[in-house]
Design a binder for this molecule. Structure first.
Ligand code: ATP
Ligand code: MG
Length: 358
């Protein structure tokens, strides 16, 4: 059996491992301080479920290991400064930004980016962590360590947040999933939905992501998060990996994003998947498991078996049916057994689904 290693031990790695089972692929999750020796001679491959990791003996070796797929892409995409510079070079429109070098820049930054800005640490942030929303009166809230280690962005007043997931094979062929609408609260993804109506933005986004993946000679799944505004699309960020906004594919696509990533890096066939729509994903955050979620046959639970604590993603529910009405009813039932904090996400999903009902 071919061996495949995943750098990172979180739920994305776990779901990659699950997707490897039916393909007969043994997948091992590795932490950054792993002691394992991986050589090209034993035909093992390495991928990652995270884009940023500490410098350890193991990761230093990985950085020069030819079996590590996309090895040279991670340093570019995992650093917001390098990622922004890369997208600028490709003339792709991202949220207007500036590197944050020192406190003497603030006047210039506010006049260029507006009165409310978002400061993001260059590396290591996720779920809205290591980000600050600032105006000229709140600058003292920003810890000093962010200077010379962050970028500043304009605050975008978006209509929608969307993401596109693509998978590129060794032959350069790329398959795309339908674009996904995403709902965040406090920087954390709460819910995603894929609708049947073919969105006119799909092609525009595909061209952008194809340009990025081709330029990087990237293999596997990459995700592009975007803001939709009255003035057009702005790229928010890229993720060089499987992504939370693609979890719906586990029940809404004939080949899910985890399997597609494995197929791409293993050079297996990558036919465009059949999509079952509409499909909904609801993140379970800081909540204990409740088997009552399973009373509806169109609701699928994916539980990560992680210790439950506040604000932690511990699982997700996928709801898929070709009848949006059935999804809507399932969501109403869920709402009655979930804590009140889920009401906003469910009402956002219901509103999106109502567009798809006719
Ligand atoms: P992820 O969990 O996707 O890794 P992250 O922590 O890396 O997220 P971002 O995607 O940059 O961070 O930000 C999280 C969320 O915060 C976004 O999905 C969006 O809702 C909001 N956000 C980020 N940047 C901006 C911005 N410039 N203007 C408006 N909202 C923003
Ligand atoms: Mg994001």
């Amino acid at each position: 059996m071919k061996k495949l290693y995943v750098l990172g031990t979180g739920q994305l790695g776990r779901m990659l491992r699950q997707a490897g089972e039916p393909l007969g692929i043994a997948i091992y999750l590795l932490s950054a301080d792993s002691k394992i020796e991986i050589t090209i001679e034993n035909r093992s491959l390495i991928t990652a479920e995270i884009e940023h990791w500490p410098d350890t003996q193991f990761t230093k070796k990985l950085a020069v290991n030819d079996s590590f797929i996309n090895r040279d892409v991670f340093p570019i995409v995992s650093d917001r400064l390098f990622q922004k510079q890369f997208l600028d070079r490709l003339n792709l429109v991202t949220v207007p930004w500036k590197p944050l070098l020192s406190s003497s820049q603030w006047d210039e930054i506010f006049s260029l980016l507006g009165t409310l800005v978002v400061v993001k640490q260059r590396t290591g942030g996720y779920d809205g962590k290591s980000q600050w929303r600032l105006c000229s009166h709140s600058l003292s809230l920003l810890p000093n360590k962010f200077y010379d280690n962050a970028i500043v962005e304009k605050t975008i007043n978006f209509i929608d947040e969307i993401s596109l997931i693509g998978a590129r094979g060794y032959n350069g062929k790329i398959i795309f999933y339908p674009l996904t609408y995403n709902f965040h609260q406090d920087g954390i993804l709460r819910a995603s939905v894929v609708l049947r109506d073919v969105n006119s933005l799909q092609k525009e986004l595909e061209d952008m992501l194809a340009c990025i993946m081709n330029q990087l000679n990237y293999i596997g799944i990459m995700t592009m998060e975007c803001f939709v505004t009255k003035k057009g699309i702005f790229i928010n960020e890229l993720a060089p990996r499987v992504h939370n906004s693609g979890h719906w594919t586990q029940n809404g696509a004939s080949i899910n994003q985890f399997e597609m990533h494995l197929r791409a890096i293993l050079d297996f066939p990558m036919p465009p998947p059949i999509i079952y729509m509409p499909a909904v994903m609801l993140n379970l955050i800081g909540i204990n498991i409740n088997i009552d979620w399973l009373n509806d046959p169109i609701i699928h639970l994916h539980w990560y078996n992680k210790e439950v604590y506040s604000h932690r993603k511990v699982g997700h529910l996928n709801v898929v049916s070709d009848d949006p009405m059935k999804i809507s009813i399932a969501l109403s039932r869920l709402e009655s057994i979930l804590p009140p904090t889920y009401a906003k996400s469910i009402s956002w999903l219901q509103k999106k689904l109502s567009r798809d009902k006719n």
